[in-house]
Design a protein around this ligand. Structure first.
Ligand code: HEC
Length: 109
């Protein structure tokens, strides 16, 4: 009985995680899409360049280390502000994975 309720507790505790991942997608749309576009390509709905780098460019992406990109997101880089007050390293990694569809690995999409 005790272990069943423990399992239930675990299920309840782990569910906010899924909500967090969904929130990160909303976070990207709120905080990143203004420069990187809703899809990360750096372009807006009309194909207009928004100023942020194209995060989907495979040749660029293949040369990047995930840790460096996470650092850029947290600390900022060039015209990009840092986001370390809003998100932590794990969340920055997840944001990257979501936008590049790499799902946390360094592999290209
Ligand atoms: C004000 C516009 C702006 C916003 C907002 C912005 N970026 Fe950027 N981002 C840029 C620019 C410009 C660059 C290119 C920086 C450079 O290399 O000089 C960049 C580069 C990057 C890079 C590549 C970093 C590297 O090391 O080469 C990543 C990854 C990235 N942005 C992710 C994000 C994420 C995730 C968010 C939202 C949390 C975000 N950006 C929000 C403008 C922006």
């Amino acid at each position: 009985m005790v272990s069943r309720s423990a399992a239930l507790l675990l299920a309840i505790l782990s569910s906010p995680l899924a909500a967090e991942v969904r929130d990160l997608k909303a976070f990207f749309q709120e905080r990143c899409a203004i420069c990187h576009g809703p899809d990360g390509s750096g372009r807006g709905p009309n194909g207009i360049r928004l100023g942020g780098r194209n995060l989907l460019e495979p040749r660029w992406l293949a040369k990047q280390e995930e840790a460096d990109l996470v650092t850029s997101i947290l600390k900022g880089r060039g015209a990009m502000p840092g986001f370390r007050r809003q998100i932590d390293a794990a969340e920055a990694r997840q944001l990257l994975a979501d936008v590049t569809h790499a799902h946390g690995s360094k592999k290209r999409p």
